[in-house]
Ligand binder design. Structure first.
Ligand code: SAH
Length: 350
């Protein structure tokens, strides 16, 4: 248990003999104030010292490495767990009208998507709700310190498969929504397509945006790059998405990493448009050229091909956006920093 795993009730119990307003001050300081206990100058010095030394309120992560893009609009952190040393990545992005954090939901990932650096590294463990929340707090603090305005958006798109760690992810979203005052609609959860998880999310009162990593619109191809497709094939994934859109009246996004010669042909865009037809205006496609990773040495599609693919979708009435590849200048695709650090420590060991 670390700082943001503690509940309000547990926090009050950690401060016996103190008036109730004190634990309220600490709670607000940790969340709205984005502060560590030892920084809470509203508290008497002895209490501040006592809370600062309490292991249950220790930070869950220490900063292992920080990379900042040349234009200074993207911050990428490699964080090391203070409890067991696992590594996770968090990315903070400043846009003209908003600031977004991309958080990890697991250390590593068990989904083994062939092109993904995190997938290539394998699964370490689930992150606790407090560890997911702490990434958001750190990002909100960085935004405040850098004058980037208020952290407005949270995307659960970092390392790991969030719907395989459902309870912790849902709890973290609720905590950030309730205590950090980030609007529920400002959260986006990206999944590889865990069908029961999508159905469960559709029944939650949370109004998060759902993004599904599709990458292929026919089972044979999708199973070869996204192995979980064998367990949850496209027809089931799409039915769950249609149900999600119907229940929540929210748009569903579909991620498509364009891989040269693999999923960027005319037949692929046709298949995709056909697959999305039942969702009509409630589907939105995000195209992103693949970021090459160490164990999947296939290139991302060229700009020309990305443009052609986009136009083919537009011609068929599909909503589509080409995403910029933020982060390439600060260590590449998600999982690459952690993967790199892991490789380095393996090299050091031998
Ligand atoms: N497991 C979740 C969230 C983490 S991955 C999911 O699959 O959605 C976040 C997004 O990055 C996914 O769309 C994933 O397919 C994509 N991605 C992973 N590796 C990539 C790479 N090398 N290039 C481009 N996109 C990548």
């Amino acid at each position: 248990m670390t700082r943001y795993d503690v509940t309000k009730h547990e926090l009050a119990e950690m401060m016996p003999g103190e008036p109730a307003y004190r634990s309220e001050q600490v709670w607000r300081g940790l969340h709205l104030g984005l502060s560590a206990p030892e920084e809470l100058t509203v508290l008497p010095l002895t209490l501040r010292g006592r809370l600062g030394a309490d292991a249950r309120l220790a930070p869950g992560f220490e900063l292992e490495e920080e990379a900042e893009s040349s234009k200074g609009r993207t911050l990428r952190w490699l964080l090391r767990s203070t409890s067991d040393g696992v590594l996770v990545e968090t990315v903070v992005m400043k846009y003209r009208d908003r600031s977004t954090v991309c958080v990890s939901s697991q250390a590593g990932c068990a989904m083994a998507c062939s092109f993904c650096a995190t997938g290539q590294m394998g699964f370490r463990r689930h992150l606790r709700a407090g560890e997911i929340t702490e990434q958001v707090v750190l990002a909100a603090r960085a935004c405040r310190d850098r004058g980037w305005g208020r952290l407005s958006n949270v995307v659960v798109m970092g390392m790991g498969e969030p719907l395989a760690n459902y309870a912790n992810v849902a709890e973290a979203i609720k905590r950030c929504n309730g205590e950090l005052a980030i609007a529920a609609r400002a959260f986006t959860l990206s999944t590889v397509g865990i069908v029961p998880g999508i159905s469960r999310l559709a029944r939650e009162p949370l109004q998060v945006n759902l993004a599904v990593s599709l990458h292929a619109a026919r089972d044979e191809l999708r199973s070869s790059i996204v192995p979980i497709n064998r367990r949850y094939p496209l027809a089931q994934v799409m039915r769950a998405c249609e149900d999600y859109a119907a229940k929540t009246q929210r748009r569903v996004s579909f991620e498509w990493a364009l891989i040269a010669g693999v999923n960027d042909g005319r037949a692929d865009s046709l298949e995709l448009a056909r697959l999305l037809r039942p969702l009509a205006g409630l589907a939105h496609v995000n195209l992103i050229p693949l970021n090459p990773t160490p164990r999947y040495l296939v290139a991302g599609s060229s700009r020309r091909v990305v443009g052609r693919f986009r136009d083919e979708l537009l011609d068929r009435g599909v909503n589509v956006t080409v995403r910029d590849t933020r982060g390439q200048d600060v260590g590449g695709a998600c999982g690459q920093l952690a993967g790199g650090a892991q490789a380095a420590s393996i090299r050091r060991r031998v």
